[in-house]
Design a protein around this ligand. Structure first.
Ligand SMILES: NC(=O)c1ccc[n+]([C@@H]2O[C@H](COP(=O)([O-])OP(=O)(O)OC[C@H]3O[C@@H](n4cnc5c(N)ncnc54)[C@H](OP(=O)(O)O)[C@@H]3O)[C@@H](O)[C@H]2O)c1
Length: 293
């Protein structure tokens, strides 16, 4: 297949592109400097000139806290950009894979303790989540062929992600205070990329949740990162209120997929197992820990 990846310079894009190529697909990977998804006509012009079998939109404004003070910028990419991408893909009948977030679920957790499923109604909190939900709705409203993939708590080899931040602070001997009352599912971008590669080979399947297996808190995640990295450092638990972030965040954003099972696909492995391989194999981790990559 010929696959176009937008936002290819981000955490997910950088893992997804090599996975798609390794699976034998021809990939055009465009970072923000090469195609701005919020520029009117940019993608439509490209799709008019070149034929693709799939478009994957990894582009997003992802700074959750900063979005509260620059809502126009967040909306420009996450709502307007997503809408332009969806409209162009629908016009040229190219199946679109659009990435969205667990943060669309800001409400009280389901009473039976399960994770959020695809049929649960979203209730986004804050600017980032609201603009991502607007992007989802724009994709759904075109009626074009779609994979709308919600994922959660991403970490990869680059970017300001949680495991690298924890390791950097521990290596520097800085105190570690981590929020202990938000529950979710960490997802390694390489695992997600492998799963997306499989998904894109199937016909478009609409909304699907796709996250690392199991659930945890940021505090327990931090402790597991240090334990598996063989580092001894105390992690003080703090509440969301004590932490005082600019943006509101869901208390519980575990995703569970009914669709993934219906499609007969294997769920992502437990987050602890993925974390172990990440810590052993990612060059970004090796460089923080100052060990050979
Ligand atoms: N990170 C998470 O924990 C998480 C959790 C759940 C869902 N998601 C979703 O997963 C997807 C991938 O996230 P990620 O972690 O890979 O994000 P990321 O590392 O922030 O990458 C997003 C990329 O999009 C680019 N971008 C921003 N505005 C753009 C525009 N107007 N046109 C084209 N590209 C633009 C960014 O470029 P610049 O760097 O130059 O701004 C960046 O390279 C996003 O849809 C995100 O909402 C992320």
């Amino acid at each position: 297949m010929r696959v176009l990846v937008l936002g290819a310079g981000g955490q997910l894009g950088r893992d997804l592109v090599p996975q798609l190529r390794a699976a034998g697909h021809e990939v055009l990977a465009l970072a923000r400097g090469e195609l701005d998804i919020a520029e009117e006509g940019a993608l439509a012009g490209l799709l008019r000139r070149s034929r693709f079998d799939r478009v994957v939109n990894c582009a997003a404004y992802t700074n959750v806290d900063r979005a509260e003070t620059e809502p126009e910028l967040a909306a420009r990419c996450n709502a307007r950009g997503a809408a332009l991408v969806a409209a162009a893909c629908a016009e040229f009948e190219v199946p679109l894979c659009h990435l969205s977030t667990d943060f669309v679920f800001g409400g009280d957790p389901p009473e039976d303790g399960r994770g959020w499923v695809e049929s649960d109604p979203p209730s986004p909190l804050g600017v980032y989540a609201t603009t991502k939900r607007q992007g989802e709705l724009a994709c759904l409203q075109t009626g074009g062929p779609l994979y709308l993939v919600r994922t959660s708590w991403l970490y990869g080899n680059t970017g300001p992600n949680f495991p690298l931040a924890i390791l950097r602070r521990a290596v520097a001997g800085l105190p570690l205070r981590v929020v202990a009352d938000q529950v979710g599912s960490p997802t390694w971008t390489l695992d997600l990329s492998r799963a997306l590669t499989r998904l894109l080979e199937l016909p478009p399947c609409g909304l699907v949740h796709l996250s690392g297996g199991g659930r945890t808190t940021w505090h327990r995640f931090a402790e597991e990162i240090l334990r598996q990295a063989g580092m001894e450092a105390a992690v003080s638990p703090v509440s969301t209120a004590e932490w005082g972030a600019q943006a509101p965040r869901p208390r519980f954003s575990v995703l569970y997929s009914q669709r993934w099972e219906e499609l007969g696909l294997t769920p992502l492995r437990p987050w602890e197992e993925a974390l172990g391989e990440y810590l052993r194999s990612e060059p970004g981790v090796a460089s923080v820990l100052n060990r050979p990559g």
